[in-house]
Each structure stands twice: as C-alpha cells, then as structure tokens.
Design a protein around this ligand. Sequence first.
Ligand SMILES: *Cc1c(COP(=O)(O)O)cnc(C)c1O
Length: 229
Amino acid sequence: MMPMKSLNNIQQNLAEIKARLSTISAQPITLVAVSKMQSIDCIQQAIAAGQLTFGENYLQEALPKIKALPDNLQWHFIGPVQSNKTKDIARHFSWVQTVDRAKIAEKLHEHRPAQLPPLNVLIQVNINDEPTKSGIAPAHVAELARVITALPHLKLRGLMAIPDAHQSEQALRHTFQSMFQLYQSLQDSYDIDTLSLGMTHDYLLAVAAGSTMVRIGTGIFGQRGRTHE
Ligand SMILES: *Cc1c(COP(=O)(O)O)cnc(C)c1O
C-alpha cells in the first residue's frame, strides 16, 4: 500500500482555516494569503495546496515573486500606495485594496493597460480614526466611491479596513459592525460585493460580522522572514 503523503505546515494551516471559514459562514469567503516577507518556496507550497490568491504590501518585494510564479495567480496589493508606484501596481496586480485618495484612483486608472480587465479596487477606511494609519474617514467614503466608479479602468468592489490592534474584543466587534454598516449603505448605491476585514488574529470575528474576504499571513505561513523545510 502506498503511504499517505503527509501534509506540510502550510498545507495543514490552509486546510484548517478553510474548514473554520466554512463552519462559521454559509457564504464563500475569499481567502487572501498574505505572502509579504515569505519566500517563493513558501508561496509554491501554498499553490500546491490549491491557494491561488495572494496579497503583498511592497511593490519591490512583490514584482520578482509575480514574475517567478505562474500567471494564473491573483495578486492583491494591500500596502500603502505611493503615487510613483501606481504604474507598476496597475500593471501587475488584479486588485488594489488600499485606495484612499482620488489622486491615487486616477493614477491607477490612467496606468491600467486597456487590454487588461478593469483593476478591482477596495476603498480603505480608517475605521478607528487613527492618525498614523492610512485610509479615508467613513464620512468621505461615498465621495471617493463616486470618483472611482466614474473611471472605466477601475472596478469598485467594496471596502477594506485594518482596525486598531489595541482594542478589546468587544470594541473590535463594534468596529467590524460599523464597517459592515458602511458597506451595506454603500451597497444601496453601488454594485459592490466585497468587505475585506480580518487577519490571523481576528478573522473569525470579522466573518461573524459580515466580512467576505480575509487576509491571512502568519496563520498560513508562520512568522514572517522564516523559511520552511
Ligand atoms: C500583514 C497584513 C496582513 C496579514 O497579517 P497576519 O497577522 O500575518 O495575518 C493582512 N492585511 C494587511 C493589510 C497586512 O499588512
């Protein structure tokens, strides 16, 4: 009898996360594997387990990975977008989750090659009003949505947020609920389908509050900057 091939950690972690997601939500939840500071080898292990959607924060780190790996992968840009990086981001990613200014949206639109499908965009919301964090204030989201939907090389898909990490579970729950309400009110006016909330330590709470997309790094790959045998 053939011995069963044992799963490595990355494959096991992915399987566990997917199993948990399917227990807490009847809707399919998109899992973005955050591969920043993880090696190409680790990403290949995730691909071998069927994971095709990856998130990267830094353009310079992402480009060599995107070029080295198969082109059926879907890359999400999840870091702050500097305006001098918009050209490469618009060409090499299929989603940008961190649009928080009209100027950045306009530049991404301008640089998105016309032969590619529109770039999927999420508006990043500074939901806990943190002075050091990127994201637009909730009160200005509708205005930015109007700008983005007028740009044909962009497709507004929804909202994203990174909540303040130093809050109680109850406060975090409330934060996620506020994001869900904002998402629902935007849905009244726009055809959007994505609420990107939840990371390794809070994705179950996020999905319980209505998130449709989670971004998980260490929960899949382990600590960043380590290699896996
Ligand atoms: C790093 C990062 C993540 C993943 O964080 P983990 O805690 O490793 O799951 C998710 N979203 C964004 C925007 C990130 O920068």
